[in-house]
Design a protein around this ligand. Structure first.
Ligand code: GLY
Ligand code: MN
Ligand code: MN
Length: 481
C-alpha cells in the first residue's frame, strides 16, 4: 500500500541539499518537551463505542481511516478534518494526524484494536525539514505514537509497518473516509464493486451516533455557547456592515473569527443572506450589501476542536425593528418552530415534527391567500402546494457532522422514533422569492428561517439554543443593544 496518500508535489521549487547543510540541520536540537501523559476523558467513551461496534461484527476486521488532506489547488490542501467515524471511535478530533487508520483485527474472542499512524519524521531524516506534508519544520510539532497511544488509550503502530494484504478473513472499510485507501482495499480483496459489508459497517457507525452520550451533549452545549457569542459579534458589527458593498462578508468574517477563536472552525459554510438572498437556501457567496430595512438571515455554527458542531439560524431586522410584513412572516415561522418543539418527546415519530411545522406554514400561507387550492387539499400528500414557500425539511440530526448520522437507515431516521439523547434541529422557514408573481409585490424578497438545536430528554425536550434571542421582542431588544 502507499505509505501516505499525499498527492505528488511539484519539484520545480525545491533547491538542492548540500551534504554540509544536511549534517548541520539534522543536529543540535534539544530533546522535545514531554507532552501530557494522561488519557483524555473521551478515550473511555470511545472505548465503549468500539466495544459496541465490535459486538456487531464478530469475525470481521474493520478499517476506519481518518482520511488524507484534500487538494484545494496544486500543492495547497483544504484544512485537514478527520472522518467523523474515525473521530467517533477514537475521540481524536481536530489534531488527528492525517493518514491515520483505526483498525479492529478480528480474533477468536472479539477484536484487537490498533491505531496505525505516522509518527513525526526523525530529525535525522530529510523529511524533517524538507517534506511540507509531514516535516515538523512545516507542520509544527507532531505527536509520537506513544503520545497518541496514551491520549486515546489505544495500541499504536507505525504506518510503514502496516500492510493490507497481511489481513486475513472478511474485512470491511468505511469507504468514504479515504478513497485512495479504499481503492487499494478493493484491489487487495479482489472486489470490483463495493461489498455490502462495507455499507453495513458504515450504517452501524452512523446509527450508533443517533443517541448522544453525556460527553457529546456537553460538547454540543459548548458549540452552541460559542455560536451564541458569534451571533452577538454579528449584532455588534452590523452597524458598520450597513452600506458596505460586501456587508455580508463583514458579518461572515465576524462569525468566522469567533469560530476560529473558540473552536476548530465553522461546522459548515456560513450562510449570511441579506434581503432577498435569504430566499436562496444555500447562499454561501455572502458578497452582497446589507441595507437598512432588510432582514438578515444568518445560518452558522461553531465546530469545536472535538468536531461537534452547532447549526443555528437567526433572522434579524437590520434597522432594529421588523416591518409589519416582516413581522407577520417571522411570527408564522416562530409559531411553526414552537408548535413542532412542543411535541418533541421519546416515542414520537421523527417525521411528525416536520408534518406539524408544515401544517402551521400551510395554514399561514393559506390564510394570506397564497394557495390556489384549499388548505385541506394542499395538506394532502398528492398536493403539498404550500411547499412552494418552504421546500426544505424541518429537522436533521446534529453532532460530529452538521447533517449527522447520514448513513442511518430510513427506518431509524426519517421514519424512526424519537429517543432520549437524540439531538436534531428544528428549522422551519418561509421564503417569498423576489420574482414570485403568485404573491403580492410587498411580500416578495422576504425570507425567514429560525433554527434551533434540540435535545430529546427522558420526558420531553430541551431547546439547547433557547438563549439566543428568538421572539420578536427579544430580537428587537438584542438589536437595541
Ligand atoms: N446549515 C445547514 C442546515 O441548516 O441544514
Ligand atoms: Mn440545519
Ligand atoms: Mn443551518
Amino acid at each position: 500500500m502507499a505509505k501516505d496518500s499525499t498527492p505528488p508535489r511539484n519539484e520545480n521549487r525545491s533547491a538542492p541539499i548540500s551534504e554540509a547543510f544536511r549534517a548541520f540541520i539534522q543536529t543540535g536540537w534539544a530533546q522535545p518537551a514531554p507532552v501530557s501523559a494522561r488519557p483524555w476523558p473521551v478515550s473511555r467513551n470511545a472505548a465503549g463505542r468500539r466495544d459496541e461496534i465490535s459486538g456487531q461484527f464478530p469475525g470481521v476486521t474493520l478499517i476506519v481511516p481518518a482520511g488524507s488532506p484534500k487538494q484545494r489547488s496544486n500543492d495547497t490542501d483544504y484544512p485537514f478534518r478527520p472522518h467523523s467515524a474515525f473521530t467517533y471511535l477514537t475521540g481524536w478530533g481536530h489534531s488527528a494526524t492525517p493518514g491515520s487508520i483505526l483498525i479492529a483485527i478480528a480474533t477468536a474472542t472479539g477484536h484487537e484494536w490498533e491505531l496505525v499512524m505516522r509518527g513525526p519524521a526523525p530529525r535525522t531524516s530529510d523529511e524533517f525539514y524538507a517534506n511540507a506534508a509531514i516535516g515538523e519544520f512545516w507542520t509544527g510539532r507532531r505527536p509520537t505514537l506513544e503520545d497518541v497511544g496514551t491520549w486515546l488509550a489505544l495500541n499504536t503502530r507505525e504506518r510503514e509497518d502496516f500492510e493490507l494484504p497481511a489481513l486475513t478473513g472478511p474485512w470491511a472499510i468505511i469507504r468514504e473516509a479515504d478513497p485512495v485507501l479504499t481503492a487499494e482495499c478493493d484491489a487487495v480483496r479482489g472486489f470490483t464493486s463495493p461489498p455490502a459489508l462495507d455499507a453495513d459497517v458504515e450504517r452501524v457507525a452512523s446509527e450508533m451516533r443517533l443517541i448522544k452520550d453525556d460527553y457529546e451533549v456537553s460538547e454540543l452545549r459548548a458549540a452552541i455557547a460559542s455560536t451564541h457569542a458569534g451571533f452577538n459579534d454579528i449584532v455588534e458589527v452590523l452597524p458598520r456592515s450597513i452600506g458596505h458593498a460586501r456587508g455580508e462578508r463583514i458579518v461572515e468574517g465576524a462569525f468566522h473569527s469567533r469560530a476560529r477563536l473558540e473552536g476548530n472552525s465553522v461546522g459548515y459554510d456560513s450562510i449570511v443572506a441579506s434581503g432577498s438572498h435569504a430566499c436562496i437556501l444555500h447562499w454561501v457567496t455572502n458578497d452582497g450589501p446589507i441595507s437598512p430595512g432588510d432582514l438578515l438571515l444568518v445560518d452558522a455554527g461553531v465546530e469545536r476542536d472535538s468536531l461537534y458542531t452547532a447549526d443555528i439560524t437567526r433572522t434579524i431586522p437590520v434597522s432594529g425593528t421588523f416591518t409589519p410584513h416582516q413581522r407577520e412572516v417571522y411570527e408564522a415561522v416562530l409559531e411553526a418552530a414552537d408548535v413542532a418543539f412542543a411535541m418533541v418527546k421519546p416515542g414520537v415519530s421523527f417525521h411528525e415534527i416536520h408534518d406539524t411545522a408544515m401544517a402551521v406554514i400551510a395554514t399561514r400561507v393559506s390564510d394570506w391567500g397564497f394557495l390556489p387550492v384549499s388548505l385541506t387539499k394542499s395538506l394532502k400528500k398528492t398536493s403539498q402546494l404550500h411547499r412552494r414557500f418552504m421546500i426544505h425539511g424541518t429537522s436533521h440530526h446534529l453532532g460530529l457532522d452538521v447533517h449527522d448520522c447520514a448513513h442511518a437507515r430510513k427506518e431509524r431516521y426519517l421514519q424512526g422514533t424519537l429517543a432520549a439523547g437524540m439531538v436534531f434541529t428544528i428549522e422551519p422557514g418561509l421564503y417569498f422569492q423576489p420574482d414570485d408573481e403568485t404573491v403580492p409585490a410587498e411580500w416578495r424578497g422576504i425570507g425567514v428561517r429560525i433554527e434551533d438545536n434540540i435535545l430529546v430528554t427522558a420526558t420531553g425536550a430541551e431547546n439547547l439554543s433557547a438563549a439566543i434571542p428568538r421572539s420578536v421582542a427579544a430580537v428587537e431588544d438584542w438589536m437595541a443593544g
